[in-house]
Design a protein around this ligand. Structure first.
Ligand code: ZN
Length: 173
């Protein structure tokens, strides 16, 4: 995982106080919100948050489409809500994963363009969901770095700290 302050950017990394120049993350805190709206209609979230409520991350019928990169019994969505399950690891991006992420991004973009409310979620709501959301944002016309910045603005500085995901996103046209 990349440092959440300098993101291992060559200009900032040597003097970074958070990672002491290593560019690598040490610990990752949970987000406070179960999900956040990244751009109108497009939400990113997870199954684990810093909350007193055990049901904070349970999805009912708040969304028209839910894309889950991981699933957990009892976390919804409610019956009748379109639910796409696409499990993947918070690791690298091989050609097979790249193709699946592109498919998911296309579906997410289409649903948002049609006026739907869409949630993309993983465990912490930081990296796997961020990969799909940022890929959808690129399809919507955002430059990759702007898409990454939108995801971090919504979910906090620990979003998209998987260097393989960032590398993949920056290579998107
Ligand atoms: Zn750093």
């Amino acid at each position: 995982m990349l440092c959440h302050v300098c993101y291992a950017e060559p200009d900032a990394m040597p003097d970074c106080p958070a990672c002491r120049g290593s560019g690598r993350a040490t610990s990752i805190p949970l987000c406070e919100e179960p999900w956040n709206e990244v751009v109108p209609g497009l939400f990113q979230g997870g199954h684990d948050v810093r909350s007193q409520s055990r049901t904070a991350c349970v999805v009912a019928d708040e969304f028209d489409l839910v894309v889950s990169m991981t699933t957990r019994e009892g976390y919804g969505p409610a019956a009748g809500v379109e639910h796409q399950v696409a499990r993947m690891a918070d690791a690298g991006v091989d050609p097979g994963i790249a193709a699946r992420v592109a498919e998911l991004a296309e579906r997410v973009e289409a649903a948002v363009a049609a006026g739907g409310r869409v949630l993309v979620r993983c465990s912490g709501g930081l990296n796997r969901s961020g990969l799909v959301v940022a890929s959808a944002l690129v399809r919507m016309g955002h430059r990759p770095d702007d898409a990454i910045a939108l995801v971090r603005a919504a979910r906090g500085p620990w979003a998209l700290t998987n260097p393989a995901f960032v590398h993949h996103l920056r290579a998107l046209a």
